[in-house]
Design a protein around this ligand. Structure first.
Ligand code: SUG
Length: 420
């Protein structure tokens, strides 16, 4: 298979972005509950990140924000935007589909016996505000990856088995276009916080994708990591090609996992960040592991696309600058400002879904170019609300403005058929 590259599909930050404190166990979301959000600034930050990655020479795609408030979901609950209790109204308004790492789990074509790239949309059933994302996400996946000679898009695993998508999935391989092995990370318990990824869902996705059981590893997330606020594994670990970059306390049985990885790939590079250099608390505050670990073109090694918060934490930044000054595979640090998303617990890696594919096989309406990003910026600047406070969600003018803003974006991307 030629032409296969890693494409990062970013969720465009929707016009209803707000801080309603909806995610128990996500410390940033809880701490910022009730704060004023700035959707315009948020979306511009997300577009700037895409532009930054395009300039690095990486392939970039995107997904549209979903239709919010989700009136159909409220109707199924027997209510409306005007009448809903505040927590249901906020759940209907949430722009949470921006965190595309939770959209689906992807097994690239070289890993699957039928030679297709498999995508299973995540049910996100643990959090009410995210549980109604999947139908809108599935509709986009079915459009973007409609070419069924190359892609197989699957419906979600049924409830009650929680599936949070690629945020709990890692793939190691010599190159993106070579067969690899896949690590599915699940949680059992997380102290006061829910374990959102259930092993039954992880196993189901591996089976649905037809993966060779000998090339799959299931690993439990450390309870203390979840309890410390690592509600998804991608808050404490990230993998790319031969490299796993992980916090020492990410997994319940780290040595068993490292041994299983080395058994699959003797030359795997496992970079373990010790607690005495970066505590779990600092890791979660700074989101250094929620970096995009990417392979730069032209043999320039790997880079970490990090949140600027990682630069502001001395322990973290000292560790990282030492890391890139050595002879290891990670050579470059690229801080990007995604503060609006970070304040709801979503760093650079949360905002993207990695799909290994030949860009020519993807519906080009979902692929980014500089010109398209320019046009998106103009729409955002003109139509995205400047500020939203949670107590404004009941205002009918806001729902109308959010609907209009999204419709404009769909229009310039040729995706108006996704309306509704
Ligand atoms: O599911 N935050 C998201 C953040 C998702 C981050 N994704 C990854 N780690 N891959 C979540 O907790 C906050 C919404 C609110 O409180 O308004 C929220 O849903």
């Amino acid at each position: 298979m030629t032409g296969l590259v890693e494409i990062n599909f970013d969720g465009i930050i929707g016009p209803s972005h707000n801080y309603a404190g909806l995610s128990v166990g996500n410390i940033a979301s809880s701490n910022n509950a009730g704060a004023t959000a700035y959707p315009r600034e948020a979306a511009l930050q997300g577009i700037a990140k895409m532009r930054h990655n395009l300039e690095l020479g990486l392939a970039q795609g995107f997904f549209m924000p979903l239709d919010r408030p989700n009136e159909g979901w409220l109707a199924a609950l027997g209510t409306t935007v005007a009448d809903a209790e505040p927590h249901l109204r906020a759940a209907a308004f949430s722009a949470s589909s921006m965190w595309a790492a939770n959209a689906a789990t992807i097994s690239p074509a070289p890993d699957a016996p039928d030679g297709k790239c498999h995508l299973t949309v995540a049910n996100l059933q643990t959090m009410a505000h995210r549980s109604h994302e999947w139908p809108g996400t599935l509709a986009q996946l079915r459009l973007a990856f409609a070419n069924n000679g190359y892609f197989s898009v699957h419906a979600p695993v049924p409830s009650p088995f929680g599936d949070e998508g690629a945020a709990n999935h890692m793939r190691l391989c010599t190159n993106h276009d070579a067969a690899g092995f896949e690590i599915f990370v699940y949680g059992k318990s997380g102290g006061p916080f829910p374990a959102r990824q259930h092993i039954e869902a992880s196993k189901a996705v591996a089976r649905i994708h037809g993966l060779n059981p000998e090339r799959v590893i299931f690993a439990q997330q450390a309870e203390i990591a979840i309890a410390a606020g690592a509600f998804h594994n991608d808050v404490v670990a990230v993998a790319n090609e031969r490299v796993l970059f992980t916090h020492e306390q990410a997994f319940e049985q780290p040595q068993t996992l490292y041994d299983a990885i080395r058994n699959q790939m003797p030359d795997a590079e496992i970079i373990i960040v010790p607690t005495d250099k970066v505590s779990l608390e600092d890791a979660i505050k700074s989101y250094l592991f929620n970096a995009q670990l990417v392979t730069l073109p032209d043999g320039a090694g790997m880079a970490l696309i990090l949140p600027t918060e990682a630069r502001e934490n001395d322990a973290v930044w000292n560790y990282l600058t030492e890391l890139v000054s050595g002879n290891g595979p990670i050579r470059k640090l690229c801080p990007v400002d995604v503060r609006q998303s970070m304040a709801n617990g979503g760093g650079p890696a949360c905002l993207r879904l990695r799909v290994v594919a030949d860009p020519a096989t993807v519906d080009e309406r979902f692929m980014a170019t500089r010109q398209k990003l320019d046009r998106m910026e103009n729409v955002v600047a003109e139509y995205w609300p400047e500020a939203i406070r949670p107590d404004q969600l009941a205002n009918p003018n806001l729902a109308a403005a959010v609907g209009e803003a999204r419709a404009r974006l769909l229009e310039i991307c040729g995706l108006s058929k996704l309306v509704g």
